[in-house]
Design a protein around this ligand. Structure first.
Ligand SMILES: [Zn+2]
Length: 237
């Protein structure tokens, strides 16, 4: 697997991944295996296995095993282990294998591509778990054959994988009263202290978009709500 930390080029989710609805039945498959939202890595890499039971995983250990596309031309599965699954026993049973369940944020430092696709995998698991029943009529849903969607056989209502867009901002002020050695205004970043933390902790302003709002409008609103100032010259990165 290529590592991204060697280059400065930004990577895309789709560099080596393709959305697909029907598994090709490749001999080896990539498994994104989650336990309590932590991802299993073997030797710091995503497991590439012929079958899940290569790792002594049985049916009762697995809540969900969802095919979600091609990764490096191999079938990719999002797997959720049951809450009762015993990680310590699992590690003992596979003691010859160097394995670890890692928080997704930490996976970012190990392999950016695995992090992106791992994020997609966990959201697909959430979507599967949260759309078992139709939100309109309450009937049991089925997975669509033609798109990544849950369909209600009673009323036809369709639920797609859900995303929740959010913004995070860097608010920069050029301070005319504080010049640098060249006589130019210094640039200062506004950080906000959260009132609900016991210890002082400062963060950038961030928040979720409201329905119908543009990203820029969300920036203006969140900044006004959190620190009470009006911002201008909003640039998008
Ligand atoms: Zn329905």
């Amino acid at each position: 697997m290529k590592t991204q930390h060697d280059t400065n080029e930004s990577i895309s989710l789709y560099d080596n991944y393709k959305i697909n609805l029907k598994a090709k039945g490749t001999d080896e498959k990539f498994y994104f295996i989650f336990h309590e939202r932590n991802l299993l890595l073997i030797d710091h890499q995503l497991p590439l296995l012929k079958e899940l039971n290569e790792l002594n995983l049985n049916e009762e250990d697995v809540n969900n095993c969802i095919y979600f596309g091609d990764f490096y031309l191999k079938d990719a599965y999002a797997v959720e282990l049951s809450e009762e699954f015993n990680v310590e026993e699992f590690k003992e049973e596979n003691e010859e294998i160097n394995m670890e369940f890692i928080n997704l944020y930490e996976v970012y430092d190990i392999n950016e591509e695995t992090y992106y696709l791992g994020g997609r995998a966990i959201q697909i698991i959430d979507w599967e778990n949260n759309h078992q029943y139709c939100g309109r009529c309450g009937a049991k849903t089925v997975t669509s054959d033609i798109e990544m969607a849950k369909v209600c056989p009673e009323c036809g209502f369709t639920s797609f994988t859900r995303i929740c867009p959010a913004i995070i901002t860097t608010i920069i002020k050029e301070d005319e009263d504080d010049l640098d050695e060249n006589g130019n205004p210094t640039k200062k970043i506004l950080m906000a202290r959260h009132s609900y933390h016991e210890y002082p902790r400062y963060a950038l302003i961030a928040g979720f978009l409201e329905a119908g709002e543009s990203i820029e409008e969300a920036v203006k609103r969140e900044v006004m709500e959190e620190v009470g100032i009006e911002v201008e010259d909003i640039e998008y990165f």
